[in-house]
Design a protein around this ligand. Structure first.
Ligand code: AMP
Ligand code: MN
Ligand code: MN
Length: 319
């Protein structure tokens, strides 16, 4: 499939469309899913479209049609076309996988280097900042309204860290510029969804930073949030955004590792690197995936086991 294909190429004879993004939806996932959902509703009002996502962070609730997202995947339904966005493998779309497997046609739109292409048609651009940037080129620019532009801009700023990560390119900037011209409230999108933290989100970040540990002569840093802290602060994993990024910008650090407990002996791991370590390779080794400078996985054992196992893989890449 060439990059010149458009979303309309996939709509011939298609009346019922299903869509899903990855579990624990982030800004790019929510932005790309709602962006495409809104675009299709605006321009193809006769089609029936369902969007499946796990519960999204509150800060995205004001996006157009956010209230139409379906969290429950228990119902049976057949789709003529099923589209995945920002999901690097089928396990990442959670319960919606049954709709994908039963659909007549499937389409995957993604930018993860670890994505092997699991759909009938796969549009995967590992060099793209975000699924939203890739999606932009599948849409007809004239048919993108301010709501769609808001969603796409939001996804781009979240996955590029407001245009600072190495995934940011000339194309990222020109795309963002074109979206700005649609009249989006770009300052509010960045402040309200990226930088603003609630009081408890600041508290848990402060605690995670205070208890962080440097190792490998200051080249690596890790911190962990345990289940009892979730209870104490009355928070969920959605309140931990930004912690790994704050760890990453610790002076002298090449790799930041952030863990949060998901079960008795189970942790969700976020990995970030600055200049040289390929954290996607480490996350993939432990069954996860992601990008060269930002990746994740789930691991089992004690915190000590997890850090030890990651350290062994890190040692292979550090001086
Ligand atoms: P996170 O640390 O959860 O923000 O994720 C960083 C990047 O790695 C994102 O692009 C995720 O999509 C990807 N990622 C995180 N966890 C996993 C996983 N278990 N499997 C595959 N990719 C993941
Ligand atoms: Mn994502
Ligand atoms: Mn993404």
């Amino acid at each position: 499939m060439t990059k010149m294909s458009k979303i309309t190429d996939f709509l011939d004879g298609v009346n019922v469309i299903g869509m899903a993004g990855h579990i624990r939806p982030d800004g790019d996932c929510v932005g790309s899913c709602l962006g495409l959902y809104t675009y299709l509703k605006n321009n193809f009002p006769d089609k029936e479209i369902d969007l499946y996502l796990e519960e999204i962070p509150d800060k995205f609730d004001n996006l157009k049609y956010a209230s139409e997202i379906i969290n429950d995947t228990s119902a049976d339904k057949h789709y003529d076309l099923f589209i995945t966005l920002d999901a690097s493998d089928l396990e990442r779309i959670g319960g919606a996988v049954k709709y994908f497997n039963n659909a007549d046609k499937t389409l995957c739109i993604d930018h993860h280097v670890s994505n092997k292409g699991f759909a009938d048609t796969n549009i995967i651009e590992p060099e793209s900042s975000s699924a939203c940037e890739t999606l932009f080129f599948l849409l007809d620019e004239d048919k993108i309204n301010v709501d769609v532009a808001t969603d796409l801009y939001l996804g781009i700023i979240h996955d590029s860290g407001v245009f600072k990560y190495s995934c940011t390119s000339l194309r990222t900037m020109t795309t963002a510029g074109k979206l700005m011209e649609k009249g989006i409230p770009f300052t509010d999108i960045i402040d309200d969804t990226f930088y603003t933290k609630t009081y408890v989100q600041n508290q848990i970040m402060g605690r995670a930073l205070m208890e962080s540990v440097l190792f490998y002569e200051g080249q690596c840093i890790f911190s962990v949030v345990k289940s009892d802290e979730f209870e104490f602060y009355n928070i969920t994993s959605k309140d931990l955004d930004g912690i790994v990024e704050q760890l990453r910008i610790t002076k002298g650090v090449e790799v930041a590792i952030f863990l949060y407990q998901t079960n008795e002996l189970e942790y969700k791991i976020s990995l970030r690197s600055k200049n040289k370590v390929d954290v996607s390779a480490i996350a993939s080794y432990f069954g996860g995936g992601g990008h060269v400078r930002a990746a994740g996985c789930t691991m089992h054992g004690t915190v000590y086991d997890v850090i030890n196992n990651i350290s062994e893989r890190l040692a292979l890449q550090l001086d």
